[in-house]
Every structure is written in structure tokens, then in C-alpha cells.
Design a protein around this ligand. Structure first.
Ligand code: CAA
Length: 379
């Protein structure tokens, strides 16, 4: 066992860090304030190969490992979690699922432009009455022979209006419960598919979150991923990898707030010395650094298991649970260290605190991660 990153990993970290500082940082406060999607930045991330990081070059991807993905997610999220969630959803929930479970035609038609960043994808599982309880899908996909007739509403969909390719989970045979669910590829512009109003969110305000409405949308049979009834397993298996991405996002939010806190503590003077000389601040920084390092190791372990073809559901949930709780605790402390400055936008930490909260909610709440972990523990 060794704990060192390869030279390639270090280069990827540097590239992502440079991108975050040079391309994401300018304008991040304004995008948050005005709920502006980082369109130009996402385009550039696509050109750099960060939207199809783990996809094989054969399908337009960068062919990198999941550790690299975790590193990139951390670095981007230190600065702009609204941009990094696009990277996470496109890589983990859309490209990965299509590459692993899609057929050759679907890969040629849908995966290549997504992996190359020419198009953005969305993953549509949550519904007004099916969030954590994901088996209770109300959206229906009635089998009409050579197409499915899709009806229903999806909620809180990341990339809701900017995506072109949507993977939609829908119930075809309710009597079969989760075994009657299908995953269908829906394209923007299909008749009967409309995008609802943008959500006005607490955090990740630059990300584009919408409800989606489907009214008698005819989805060709060839757009179904996997066998009839495979949709729920598709969603669960895809979310496993997604949880590594969100865990790494949470890690990045925590690490970003920590780096700002260290810098501030060394500059800010109080009681005739810098606040970094005060033990009250030193202890906070020590706790933050320790938790962040533990979160990072959990992220890398989950990514390493995935890269080595080993089961990683529990490891991904552990990483997400711990990293998201670390993000919340760390960002609250970062605001405290900054005092009054921490409460205003210019110092970035209040945004990181608001952004941290979503990592305990999406791709499975902390409670869902505990369900996944405890089931493995009790097996
Ligand atoms: N891989 C493959 N199959 C899996 C699986 C996995 N990781 N996890 C479960 N399954 C299979 C099971 O084997 C089972 O199949 P069989 O019946 O053939 O044995 C089937 O799926 C049902 O599994 P469970 O009985 O465990 O289902 P459950 O109803 O108890 O639910 C749950 C389990 C963990 C609570 C699940 O519903 C869950 O993860 N819920 C949270 C959903 C979620 O994360 N939503 C996030 C929305 S997406 C999002 O946030 C994206 C974004 O915009 C950023």
C-alpha cells in the first residue's frame, strides 16, 4: 500500500487547480448572486476533456481513472461547486451509465457528444413524491410496441434546461414494482417534453435546476438502456459512482473553505497578533485539516476500488456521508474564523457554506448513505 499520487495525478490536479483559479474564480460571486449558469466555463471544461473523464477514448472520452476524477472534482469544487456539479452529473450519472450499460448504437449517437462536451446530459430520477424512496416512480412509460409513451414530472433536475440528453427513469409495469422501471434516453425537442421554472436555491445557485414535464412523449424503443425492467438497477449502479463524485465535491468545498481560513488567519490581526497565533483558531484549523484528510482518503479508497473492478457501493456511501458532513462542519467554522467578513459575499466562505448543504442531500441524503452502509455491515 502506498499513499502517493502518481505524477500524472499531480499534473491533473495542477491543471484543474489552474482552471479553477483562472476560469472559475472570476465571476463566481456574480454567478451565484444572479443564478447564472457557467456556460462558457463548462464549454472550456468540455474542451479540456473534463466532461468525459473516465470514458474510453474510443467514445470520445479522456480514458482517465476515478482517482483523477476525484482530484478534478475536489479542485473545481474548492472554487465553484455550481460548475463542478455539471462535471459530476455528466461524468458519473450520464456518461458512465451509457458506456457501461448502453448498446453500441446508443454509445455512437449519445455518448460521444456527451463525452466530448459538445452536449450536456441530465439524470432524471427524483419526482415530487419519489426522492429518497426512488422505487416509487410515478412517471409512466407505457409500452406501445415500437415506442414508449412517457408521462410524468421530474423534480430538481441538475442541468434541467442546459442538457440535450436526458436519462429518464419511468415505470412501465407497476405490478413489478422496481423491476418494472425503465431508463429511457429522452432528447431535448421531443414533442411533449417541457422544462419547468428554474429553482431558486440556497446554494449551488449557478447550477441549472429545473422540474421537467413529459406529456405523451413518444420515446423510441431503441432509446431504452438495457433489458426491459433494468431501469432501477441502472439508476442505483450509476448513483454508486455518482456518490464518489459528490463526495469529492464535498471534499473540495471543505478544502476550499479551509484554505481561505488559513490564509485569513495569517493576515487578520486581533489582540496585537495575527489570529493564527490564537489557540482558539489553531484548534479549529487542526480539526478542519484532520477531517478533510480523512474525507480525502475515503474518496480515494472508493475511487481505487472502482478503478480495480472491486465492489465499492459501501465505500462510496461512506465517502459521501463523511465528506458531506465534513463540508458542512468545515464551512460553518470557516465563516466563524472570518467573523463579520465571513458573513459577506466577498470572502467566499458564506457561499461555500450554502453550497455544502446540498452535498448532504443530492445523490442520496446522509440518511440514504447510512442505509447503504448499514445494510453492508449487517449482511
Ligand atoms: N447496483 C445494482 N443494483 C442495485 C444497487 C446497486 N448499487 N442497489 C440496489 N440494487 C438493486 C437491488 O439488488 C434490488 O434488486 P433485486 O430486487 O433484484 O434484488 C433492487 O435494486 C432494489 O433494491 P433495494 O431493495 O435495496 O431498494 P430499496 O427500495 O430498499 O431502496 C435505497 C434502496 C438505497 C433507499 C435507494 O432507493 C436509494 O438509493 N435512494 C436514494 C435515491 C437517490 O440517491 N436519489 C438521488 C437523485 S439523483 C441526483 O441527485 C442527481 C443530481 O441531480 C445531482
Amino acid at each position: 500500500m502506498h499513499f502517493e499520487l502518481t505524477e500524472e495525478h499531480q499534473m491533473i490536479r495542477q491543471a484543474a487547480r489552474d482552471f479553477a483559479q483562472n476560469e472559475l474564480k472570476p465571476g463566481v460571486i456574480e454567478r451565484d448572486e444572479h443564478q447564472k449558469f457557467p456556460a462558457e466555463q463548462i464549454k472550456k471544461l468540455g474542451e479540456l476533456g473534463f466532461l468525459g473523464m473516465m470514458v474510453s477514448p474510443q467514445y470520445g472520452g479522456s480514458g482517465m481513472d476515478a482517482i483523477s476524477y476525484s482530484i478534478v472534482m475536489e479542485e473545481l469544487s474548492k472554487v465553484d461547486a455550481s460548475a463542478s456539479v455539471v462535471v459530476s452529473v455528466n461524468n458519473s450519472l450520464v456518461c458512465y451509465g451509457l458506456e457501461k450499460y448502453g448498446n453500441e448504437e446508443q454509445k455512437q449517437k449519445f455518448l460521444i457528444p456527451l463525452a466530448q462536451g459538445e452536449k450536456i446530459g441530465a439524470f432524471c430520477l427524483s419526482e415530487p413524491e419519489a426522492g429518497s424512496d426512488a422505487t416509487s416512480q410515478r412517471t409512466t412509460a407505457v409500452d406501445m410496441g415500437d415506442y414508449y409513451l412517457l408521462n410524468g414530472t421530474k423534480n430538481w433536475i441538475t442541468n434541467g434546461s442546459t442538457a440535450s440528453t436526458y436519462i429518464v427513469m419511468a415505470q412501465t409495469d407497476a405490478s413489478k414494482k422496481h423491476k418494472g422501471i425503465n431508463a429511457l434516453i429522452v432528447e431535448k425537442g421531443m414533442e411533449g417534453f417541457t422544462v419547468g421554472a428554474k429553482e431558486n436555491k440556497l446554494g449551488i445557485r449557478g447550477s441549472d435546476t429545473h422540474s421537467l414535464m413529459f406529456t405523451d412523449v413518444k420515446v423510441p424503443k431503441e432509446n431504452r438502456i438495457g433489458e426491459d425492467g433494468f431501469g432501477f438497477k441502472f439508476a442505483m449502479a450509476t448513483l454508486e459512482g455518482g456518490r464518489i463524485g459528490i463526495a469529492s465535491q464535498a471534499l473540495g468545498i471543505a478544502a476550499g473553505a479551509f484554505e481561505l481560513s488559513v490564509q485569513y488567519a495569517k493576515e487578520r490581526k486581533a489582540f496585537g497578533k495575527t489570529i493564527a497565533d490564537l489557540q482558539a483558531i489553531q484548534f479549529k484549523l487542526a480539526d478542519m485539516a484532520t477531517e478533510i484528510e480523512a474525507a480525502r482518503l475515503l474518496c480515494y479508497r472508493a475511487a481505487w476500488l472502482k478503478d480495480n473492478g472491486l465492489p465499492y457501493a459501501q465505500a462510496a456511501s461512506m465517502a459521501k456521508l463523511f465528506a458531506s458532513e465534513t463540508a458542512m462542519r468545515t464551512t460553518v467554522e470557516a465563516v466563524q474564523i472570518h467573523g463579520g467578513y465571513g458573513y459577506v459575499k466577498e470572502y467566499h466562505v458564506e457561499r461555500l457554506m450554502r453550497d455544502a448543504k446540498i452535498t448532504q442531500i443530492y445523490e442520496g441524503t446522509s440518511e440514504i448513505q447510512r442505509i447503504v452502509i448499514s445494510r453492508e455491515v449487517l449482511k
